[in-house]
Design a protein around this ligand. Structure first.
Ligand SMILES: [Zn+2]
Length: 1264
């Protein structure tokens, strides 16, 4: 056998023996921790004593195991050390030390120069030691030997970007549930183990060697140094501590090459005399590396220089210094948008995208940062021009031929943005649930759900991903879908630049800090509240009479509230009410009768026409009201003849893609009639294609008044001259409430067209002179918009995806959620505190008392339990007024562990007030001996009194109180007070048969439960007398010492808890959900997922992923007709209210019953797992309100007839069908995993039946 190989193997055996001996030495129950084989590394010869000095500070990633080892090393006395040292080689101790998880992926680099060549002479091995972790808490469990011979990186085994690309085809674009994601930024350490499995292939190695063919011709040592020796002695020792580790580099370079690289690395630009020389050396090294084709390595090595530290995942062995990254207090950097950039043009001679107008300062700042590949968070009003920032990121990525993803929260917005970007950049594709257009484009517009799925499934798009733009990022506040944003941000790989565009939010810095922390990169916050077109807010007081109606400015363009005008409006209201004999005043939420409503609106429109305020957007907070208003206002005629012609031509062209009968849908005919007159209606009940037609006509200025719901305020910038609020109250799904400032700001921001209007005018309609309070208006118009909140929650789908991937634990994800941010950002402080406490604990001298030692710790714990119990019970017992507690009653107090209780008497016992608990004044004695009586009056809560005794003394309690007070300042009073307390003391000393009162006999308490607890407490207290430590003559001294020690131990435990995963807010829910998945056999006890789990992973388009997977497994669908299957699936998708009784088509009711029973089983499993939702929760969430409609549609009924079957509006029907198509695709994929080919072909048929006519007509934005 090769001598070196033999030596290596011998070492490996020695490690294990050492491990065992160490365990035997230190631990009563040896853990299953073995030692790693460290590959091609050499361990410096340092003594144990030196090692002890190098033990690093405690860190949050320390496991019990690590802490144990560390503590043992620190606590070893000199004799033990010497003994160990004699028996063991120091390098083996070092190896044990290297099992610390945060260092286990680090390569040990030599610390002492002379013998470097020998150190690297081990041949590579074809096995590796891989650390196995406890799948639940990720703690290290054991080391395993992995045969790495012939292992290669591909999408199934590696998250590394160097893995073999997926072949173009199905999995290329969307990835697959059999693929690994690419390693998310900030989570590299979780993946490093996997990468150990995946070594570069032989070809890759050969390729690498090709690069180095001419390496010998390169200078072997930097010019400053005559030879190696000098070079080495100049390398500062501390420099070794910062050496980064590159995965796979060892395999790529020959020993000699590595050697050279390491020498270079060892010299860092340090301050001081060598600085200049070092910097030159640094530069030379860079050019040398580049010459050798290793430029990339160089940048990889020093990419994090800017952060003044190195990423934990690339950590080399740093023995004594904590990671610098931890010291970063905030990752968010505020960019000052107040300072102009006069030399912008000079700075940016070759902009990736040219704009025909001068950019605003905030836009210029953003462009400069994007050029730097910095991530930015841009918060500005909708009209401010955030699109410029998005466009610039796209342009950068087109220039670099990388990929850029633009994500929007809603599909409709994706379509609009696609059209906009396409007209600017051409190389643009679109991916939504139902459309794929040019998916190979460099810029892809997609919904957030698609991006999330691509990230989890390791889509090849992610490999080249350079920028991700999150538009409307404040959508993270959405209760249902906000979690998707968080998941994406957590999963994004490190190289991706992040561009976030948001409405103005008050906590942009906090949010950016969170992203910076999880991605380990700075986030530049560019925030402006400036509006290019200022807004003016008006009240339009309107009763439909020219003499009364009045237009009043309430907030000026400078943002000042004009209270005078508000008073005037209130005056009008009062007068109007008086005149019309309205006594109660008018409620704002009360609806007007249709006739009055129409009068008001027509009066307002009259005013609008006169003042030339059109186009105007009217925000109306209900779909039905939008339609009603459309009817009312279509009596107006707001368009010219030529406009009418353009409108009709456009409309006919748009509807020409529909079939004959669909063109005659009532909704379409009605809209055509409205639009011709310049009135548009826009809400979710309108057919998607009609909504688009309305938007397009609006953009051309042909819609004069647009009646829209709130959704219109989000999305592509479609401004109007003015905006009017039909009401300032809306129903938010649970209740009627006033608009939040953020909502008002978003909607009113639609007023004012850049370049066209000097100001944007906003009207609040005060119908029938009903004027909102000025404070309400002030809050709504000038208030602070909503903060960004985390809506993070756990879903079965998320848990299964992560378990499938295996390397990212759900804890890793939870820890990185925005909701844990405030806790996680406190970790460094807590770690410091912990380290201090551990230091204190280590320095503490152990109690050396033969009497106490055995049970004093136990005594302290028992004592604490007793006191806690007594405090709890006394609070109940002594709170109510009771004659036994009258002044003069003898009590005991101050029952501290390190002194006996004191005697005292109650001097005043006021009754308890309803607001606060009861307090007594007690004269408390700290010494009772005659001549040296010491006492003072204290205020004590019920819980602070220890025992109430069966005796009273006669005392002038009022005098005691007043003299105790006076004694503090006057010597005379002091003397007289002393006399009084001496008298009381002698009375107490003279008492015989002093016993505590009993709650039932004396206090006449009858609550059996209380009496039982009281008895238990007395029993526990009596055990305190039997502890051996009580016999110690120095008992009170020793017990105080022990208590102090225990306090520190407790604090350490508490901090560890806070720093550990156990304190994660979502942990209990995770455990419950995991339990459900166990019960339903989606996950095995070892946390690997079953076929069922894989099936559920395929389902991403509905919240009911688990339910749907269960339905597939209960074979509810296979034997049914495609139309029936889709009708049943609609129960999982449809969200809407149907007032009429739900009529189920024949043959469907048994299917619905079957689904219900499956849902109830899930509900049952959830209950059993401890979740609080009712058993029927899952079943009740299904909604079969559209089942019949869907069923008939799939059987071929024309849409015109479909609308007759239901009260649900056309737009919502179509949206449900589009979603159903996606769900069918999921079911098909699920059927494929289970090998159910019958179901697969049925789902294909179902999709065919669904996708026809108006329900799937192409978008006007994406097709011509
Ligand atoms: Zn003692």
């Amino acid at each position: 056998m090769d001598a070196e190989l033999e030596r290596t193997l011998r070492l490996a055996v020695a490690h294990r023996q050492f491990s065992d001996s160490l365990d035997a030495e230190f631990s009563p129950d040896p853990p299953a921790l073995q030692l790693p084989y460290l590959g091609q590394s050499r361990i410096p010869d340092i003594s144990l004593l030196q090692l002890r000095q190098h033990v690093p500070a405690a860190s949050s990633s320390d496991t019990e195991e690590v802490l144990r080892i560390r503590q043992h090393i620190q606590q070893m006395d000199a004799t033990t050390l010497a003994r160990l040292e004699a028996r063991l080689q120091p390098e083996e101790i070092m190896r044990e030390y290297l099992t610390l998880p945060q260092l286990q992926q680090a390569t040990v680099l030599e610390d002492e120069p002379p013998d470097v060549h020998h150190a690297w002479s081990y041949p590579p091995l074809d096995f590796e030691m891989v650390l196995e972790r406890d799948p639940f808490n990720r703690n290290p469990a054991a080391w395993r030997e992995i045969d790495t011979n012939g292992m290669e990186m591909n999408s199934r085994n590696s998250a590394d970007f160097r893995r073999e690309p997926t072949q173009p085809g199905e999995n290329y674009l969307f990835g697959s549930v059999t693929q690994m994601p690419f390693v998310p930024g900030g989570m590299e350490s979780a993946f490093s183990e996997i990468d150990r499995f995946a070594l570069p292939s032989q070809e890759m190695l050969e390729e690498g060697r090709e690069y180095l063919k001419n390496f010998d011709k390169l200078p072997q040592c930097p010019p400053e140094f005559a030879d190696n020796e000098e070079f080495f002695f100049n390398a500062s020792e501390s420099a070794f501590a910062k050496l980064p580790f590159i995965n796979g580099l060892n395999d790529l370079l020959s020993e000699k090459e590595l050697d050279l690289l390491k020498k270079w690395q060892a010299v860092q630009p340090v301050t001081g005399a060598n600085k200049v020389a070092d910097e030159r050396l640094w530069k030379d090294m860079r050019s040398l590396l580049e010459l050798a084709g290793y430029g990339e390595i160089y940048s990889e090595l020093f990419a994090d220089d800017e952060l003044d530290g190195l990423d934990g995942s690339h950590s080399a062995l740093r023995i004594s210094s904590a990671t610098d990254l931890k010291n970063i207090k905030s990752w968010a950097v505020k960019v000052d948008v107040g300072i102009p950039i006069p030399d912008f043009a000079a700075k940016m001679p070759n902009m990736a995208h040219k704009y025909p107008f001068e950019l605003d300062i905030f836009q210029k700042q953003a462009v400069l940062h994007l050029e730097n590949h910095d991530s930015v968070f841009v918060a500005a009003h909708t009209s401010a021009g955030k699109t410029v920032v998005a466009e610039y990121a796209i342009a950068l990525s087109l220039r670099a031929k990388t990929r850029c993803v633009y994500t929007s929260p809603i599909k409709a917005l994706s379509n609009q943005k696609y059209r906009d970007f396409k007209s600017t950049f051409h190389d643009v594709g679109l991916l939504t649930g139902d459309v794929q257009i040019e998916p190979n484009s460099h810029c892809l517009v997609m919904t957030t759900e698609i991006l999330r799925s691509m990230l989890y499934r390791g889509s090849e798009i992610v490999r080249d991903l350079d920028w991700v733009i999150f538009d409307e990022v404040h959508y993270v506040n959405d209760a249902e879908r906000g979690v998707v944003w968080e998941e994406i941000l957590i999963m994004l790989p490190a190289q991706v630049g992040i561009v976030m565009l948001s409405a103005t939010v008050p906590n942009a810095m906090e949010f950016a800090d969170w992203i910076g922390r999880i991605k380990q990169r700075k986030i530049y916050v560019i925030s402006t509240t400036k509006r290019p077109v200022p807004l003016e807010h008006h009240l339009f007081v309107c009763v439909g009479s020219k003499t009364i109606d009045k237009d009043l400015v309430i907030v000026s363009t400078r943002g000042e509230m004009l209270t005078k005008n508000h008073s005037e409006a209130v005056g009008i209201q009062k007068e109007y009410e008086k005149k019309n004999n309205i006594k109660m005043g008018l409620s704002l939420s009360e609806r007007l009768p249709p006739k009055q409503d129409k009068t008001v609106w027509l009066a307002f429109m009259d005013f609008v026409q006169q003042k030339e305020l059109m186009p105007v957007i009217a925000f109306v907070f209900s779909r039905n009201r939008c339609d009603q208003l459309g009817d009312m206002l279509s009596s107006l005629d707001l368009t010219s003849q030529s406009e009418k012609h353009t409108i009709v031509t456009f409309f006919r062209k748009a509807t020409s893609r529909l079939n004959e009968s669909d063109r005659k849908l009532p909704q379409i005919l009605r809209l055509e009639y409205y639009l011709e007159r310049g009135v548009g209606v826009h809400h979710s009940g309108i057919l998607p294609i009609m909504k688009e037609a309305v938007e397009m006509l609006f953009q051309q200025g042909l819609v004069k008044i647009l009646l829209a719901t709130e959704t219109f305020a989000m999305g592509v910038n479609m401004p109007a001259r003015s905006v009017v609020f039909d009401s300032i109250r809306k129903h938010d799904g649970t209740e009627f409430r006033d608009l939040h400032p953020g909502e008002y700001i978003q909607m009113s921001g639609r007023a004012g067209r850049r370049g066209l209007d000097k100001t944007g005018t906003v009207y609040i309609l005060c119908k029938m002179a009903r004027i909102p309070d000025s404070s309400k208006l002030n809050h709504m118009i000038l208030g602070v918009p909503m903060k960004l909140h985390s809506q993070f929650r756990l879903t079965y789908g998320m848990i299964l995806q992560l378990l499938r991937i295996g390397t990212i634990s759900i804890m890793d994800v939870m820890k990185r959620s925005f909701s844990e941010h405030s806790n996680a950002s406190r970790n460094p402080e807590q770690e410091e505190q912990l380290a201090q406490l551990i230091g204190q604990a280590n320095q503490m001298v152990e109690l050396e008392c033969a009497v106490c030692k055995a049970d004093i710790g136990n005594y302290c714990r028992t004592f604490d339990n007793c006191r806690a119990l007594r405090k709890k019970l006394n609070t109940v017992l002594l709170s109510p007024d009771n004659r036994l507690l009258a002044p003069g009653r003898v009590v005991t107090t101050n029952a501290d562990i390190h002194r006996p209780p004191s005697a005292g008497i109650i001097v005043s016992a006021p009754s308890r007030t309803p607001q606060s608990e009861r307090y007594f004044r007690v004269l408390e004695f700290s010494g009772l001996e005659v001549g040296s009586v010491v006492a003072d009056v204290r205020r004590l809560a019920c819980g602070e009194i220890h025992q109430v005794m069966n005796a009273t003394v006669k005392a002038e309690t009022e005098r005691i109180m007043s003299e105790a007070e006076a004694a503090k300042t006057s010597n005379k009073a002091k003397k007289s007070f002393q006399e009084v307390i001496e008298k009381v003391a002698s009375q107490i000393s003279g008492l015989k048969k002093l016993e505590p009162l009993s709650p039932n006999k004396d206090f006449k308490l009858t609550d059996m439960q209380f009496i039982e607890q009281w008895e238990e407490m007395l029993a526990l207290e009596s055990t305190l007398n039997y502890f051996d430590c009580r016999k110690c003559p120095d008992f009170y001294k020793h017990v105080e010492q022990e208590k102090h020690r225990l306090d520190i131990v407790d604090q350490i435990a508490q901090l560890r808890h806070l720093l550990s995963n156990d304190s994660l807010r979502f942990l209990p829910e995770y455990q419950q959900r995991l339990d459900v998945l166990h019960r339903l056999q989606y996950v095995l006890p070892d946390l690997s997922i079953t076929v069922r789990g894989r099936v559920a992973c395929e389902i991403s388009t509905t919240e009911h992923d688990l339910l749907m997977a269960e339905c597939v497994f209960h074979n509810i669908f296979t034997d049914r007709q495609p139309a029936e299957i889709v009708a049943l699936l609609s129960g999982l998708v449809f969200q809407g209210k149907v007032d009429a009784e739900i009529v189920l088509p024949p043959g469907l009711s048994d299917g619905v019953e079957a689904m219900r029973s499956v849902a109830l089983e899930i509900g049952q499993a959830q209950r059993e797992a401890g979740m609080k939702e009712a058993v029927s929760y899952v079943a009740d969430a299904m909604n079969f309100g559209l089942a019949e409609v869907v069923w008939q549609w799939c059987l071929g009924m024309p849409f015109v007839e479909i609308t007759g079957l239901t009260e649900v509006q056309e737009g919502i029907i179509v949206r449900t069908m589009t979603r159903l198509d996606e769900v069918c695709r999921d079911v098909k994929a699920a059927a494929k995993v289970t090998g159910n080919s019958r179901l697969m072909s049925k789902m294909e048929e179902a999709q065919k039946a669904l996708k026809r006519d108006i329900a799937f007509v192409g978008s006007l934005y994406t097709t011509d």
